[in-house]
Design a binder for this molecule. Structure first.
Ligand code: PLP
Length: 454
């Protein structure tokens, strides 16, 4: 079989081993398929802080894969746990049946969760965690006999995955524009991003807590008796890293409590140490009613999502005929044995290596490093919290998103660093095992990338 020229280019004269022979059949998600297939950026191996291309290039991972490999790559205890589990029990049905690790994992998650979260519902992704949380919130009010409570409130620029519930409460225009159907009865708060007031903030921005008062306006207009839940990301990641202004989340929480509205924290990226604590709820000391998890739950090794559920909510479903299903929702792969085994191993590793504490200790070094880029070409903002950072670029005239996309490609191909870009924002969220010299390398190579990109 002849090797396509785009593949030859990516191989740079190296052997054909490990390389796909056909790029055309795969429709890649959230990708510029045509451009990619002309200039493929293929990753074929990973270990620790690095990815490797088939031609042997070593790529420093600046985003923990996709905000998920918090323990780094190819970690032995997780790999071994997955192998062992595949041998022992490959799959078990999740409906009216159970396997030991699903119970073990839910107990473990409850132990590290904020107080009162003693129940866990499993899915296979962040999107499914969100969908499950929205359904639990809506059905909770029906269980309580308050059926009018069915309005959901999200936030502009919120990212809650790609299913219809998620894009309805989410607020990223591009993710909605191609589709014409959404959940009804959904309203949005403004996002908290304001460069005029908060550019170059270190940590939480000073300005913006008053934006939480918009919730009062929505409640006055629609009536709290009609509102089921508010869903927000404590720190928005995929929309370009939006750090909550000081006191903003507390205000949202207080208003939810005063108006009997459930608060859902979408912690798909903030869970499992990203802010130096198990969860953002702990970091901000705010207890929501439901918490969505995924990604870092097993360090990105096997697809898994979960919802942490407060006792009060779970118990509301438990007072019916014992032989009846209590929640008509679930997935074939809910609490898949491999995902559970991987998660138990990852949680153990996080604990043994003190990785959440490590993230906390590194956060100041991280902050200084990322803010050292101030003044470099095209930058209009830099922001950070925990081990999260973002560099926002001035969009190119009439071609928004193009500049950051160019940066992404240049960074990978020539500077050997993996970044994530959304719009014209570069997001950084390295594995929590990153060393200081690797932070320096990441920032140095990003600086060079920016200097060499139009
Ligand atoms: C806050 C948040 N919620 C949900 C999701 C969706 O997760 P998934 O891609 O696993 O469906 C993401 C993904 O980045 C996310 O950042």
């Amino acid at each position: 079989m002849s090797v396509p020229s785009s593949i030859k280019k990516a191989l740079k004269g190296n052997s054909y081993q490990d390389f796909p022979n056909d790029l055309e059949s795969l429709w890649m998600p959230f990708s510029a398929n045509k451009h990619f297939k002309k200039n493929p950026r293929i990753i074929s191996k990973a270990k620790g802080m690095y990815y490797y291309t088939p031609s042997g290039d070593q790529i420093l991972d600046g985003v923990a894969g996709l905000w998920c490999c918090n323990a780094g790559h190819g970690r032995e205890p997780i790999v071994e746990a997955i192998k062992k589990q595949a041998e022992e029990l490959d799959f078990a049905p999740a409906f009216n049946m159970g396997h030991p690790k699903s119970f073990e994992l839910s107990s473990k998650l409850s132990q590290i969760a904020p107080k009162g979260f003693n129940h866990v519902f499993f899915g296979n992704s962040g999107s499914e965690a969100v969908e499950s949380a929205l359904k639990i919130a809506l059905s909770y009010w029906r269980e309580k006999g308050e059926e009018s409570k069915r309005i959901l409130i999200g936030r502009n620029r919120g990212y809650h995955g790609t299913n219809f519930g998620g894009i309805s409460v989410g607020g990223i225009e591009k993710n909605r524009a191609q589709f014409s159907k959404f959940l009804p009865d959904v309203y949005h708060l403004s996002d908290t991003h304001n460069l005029k007031k908060n550019a170059y903030s270190k940590g939480q921005p000073e300005w913006g807590e008053e934006l939480a008062d918009e919730l009062d306006t929505i409640i006055e207009k629609h009536g709290s008796e009609n509102i089921a839940a508010v869903i927000v990301e404590p720190v928005a990641g995929s929309t370009g890293v939006l750090i909550p202004p000081k006191n903003y989340l507390n205000k949202i929480k207080t208003k939810c409590v005063e108006n009997k509205i459930l608060l859902i924290f979408d912690e798909v990226i903030t869970g499992f140490g990203r802010l130096g604590k198990s969860f953002a709820s702990e970091y901000f000391d705010i207890t929501p009613d439901l918490i969505c998890l995924a990604k870092g739950i097993n360090s990105g090794t096997v697809p898994m999502g979960a919802v942490l559920v407060q006792d009060e909510i779970y118990n509301a479903f438990m007072n019916k005929d014992e032989k009846m299903i209590d929640l008509f929702h679930g997935y074939t792969y809910s609490a898949h044995p491999l995902a559970c085994a991987a998660s138990l191993a990852a949680l153990k590793l996080y604990e043994e290596e003190g990785l959440f504490q490590r993230a906390s200790e590194l956060s100041k070094y991280w902050e200084d490093a990322i803010h050292s880029l101030r003044g470099e070409r095209n930058i209009i903002d830099i922001r950070n919290l925990g081990l999260i950072g973002a560099v926002e670029l001035e969009p190119m005239d009439s071609k928004p998103t193009r500049r950051a996309y160019n940066v992404l490609c240049e960074a990978f191909v020539n500077q050997k660093i993996l970044l994530r870009v959304t719009g014209d924002i570069i997001a950084l969220s390295p594995p929590l095992i990153i060393e200081k010299n690797q932070i320096d390398q990441l920032i140095e190579n990003l600086k060079t990338t920016l200097q060499q990109t139009e």
